[in-house]
Design a protein around this ligand. Structure first.
Ligand SMILES: [Fe+2]
Ligand SMILES: [Fe+2]
Length: 318
């Protein structure tokens, strides 16, 4: 069904409205629709219970030795440990150091990366995930200073998943995505406009549809839907949407690897952040420091070694 729809998306194929409806039907009906990773569902259940402790979460992680090993690796990395922190050897201690919600976020990152394997079709997934991860880190840092008290955990999750619609396009509609990218490049038009013209919806809306099917909190779905136009989000969801849009803006302007230089930011950006001017320098310094240390998070989520694993790793003391 996906392939038929992808094949039908030609210049003389169905109009954008029917393609849009077709995509929504596919999302709801197909048995191979990516689902929220089971470990994340179970961790979310544990997080809802105030009595949950590190041992409960470690017990769940220990069911999957590779996951448990990754948590230890993360806890001992520069991202989560100070220069003089003692090395940890138990998953329970790793969970306590990383934090319950952050463990869930790591599992979410690892799980979602695996849901959309890079088949080398139209885009490079690694670059997109690097952009997404730095956006998530920036969103969390921005949320602590932004107005409207946006939930920092939701900002992180929405930042991490804000481009998931592009991955759906790459996985199921790669021909249409190739056409879109070609048009964007040759005509110099915004991707969202070209997507809506061909598909009747853009990648932001597509990603939000998936979030609805995953029963993600409304501010997460909404801020993904409006990550290019945060002022269109419902007032209740707007603080998170603004933060994610601001983080995306910073990351796009400075490259997806978190090369963040605050000097380029102009008045519009300051408006979007709704953060007092005097706080902004502090904020960008924080984002830059976090982005530099994020290599290990990236390596764990995407697979492969990281220099940050050993470089700043705490030394064993006798
Ligand atoms: Fe986007
Ligand atoms: Fe983005």
């Amino acid at each position: 069904m996906w392939a038929e729809l992808d094949d039908a998306m030609t210049a003389d194929g169905p109009g954008p409205e029917s393609v849009c409806e077709g995509i929504k039907v596919c999302l709801r009906q197909l048995p191979n629709l990516p689902t929220l990773p089971e470990i994340v569902v179970r961790l979310n259940e544990l997080l809802e219970n105030d009595a949950t402790g590190a041992a409960d979460i470690a017990g769940l992680l220990n069911d999957d030795p590779a996951l448990a090993a990754n948590m230890l690796r993360a806890a001992n990395s520069a991202f989560y440990s100070g220069r003089w922190s003692a090395p940890l050897f138990s998953v329970r201690d790793a969970v306590a150091r990383i934090g319950f919600r952050e463990v869930r976020n790591l599992c979410l990152a690892m799980g979602v990366v695996n849901l959309f394997p890079d088949k080398g079709k139209t885009i490079t997934h690694r670059a997109l995930w690097e952009h997404s991860l730095v956006t998530a880190i920036a969103a969390r840092a921005i949320s602590r200073h932004a107005s409207g008290s946006p939930d920092e955990d939701m900002c992180f999750v929405a930042g991490l998943l804000h481009e998931v619609g592009i991955l759906i396009l790459d996985q199921y509609f790669h021909r249409a995505l190739a056409d879109i990218l070609h048009t964007v490049k040759s005509e110099g038009r915004p991707a969202g406009d070209v997507e809506r013209e061909l598909l009747g919806m853009d990648h932001a809306e597509l990603g939000a549809e998936l979030m609805g099917l995953w029963h993600m909190p409304e501010p997460v779905a909404s801020s993904i839907r409006y990550h290019h136009v945060p002022e269109e989000a419902d007032p209740a969801c707007r603080p998170v949407a603004r933060v994610v849009a601001a983080a995306d803006l910073v990351c796009n302007r400075h490259g997806s690897k978190g090369c963040l230089e605050p000097a380029d930011l102009d008045a519009d950006d300051a408006l979007l952040f709704t953060i007092p001017q005097e706080k902004q320098q502090e904020l960008f310094a924080e984002i830059e420091a976090c982005a530099r240390k994020s290599e290990v998070f990236m390596a764990i989520a995407l697979g492969g070694p990281s220099a940050a694993d050993s470089g700043d790793r705490p030394h064993t003391h006798s």
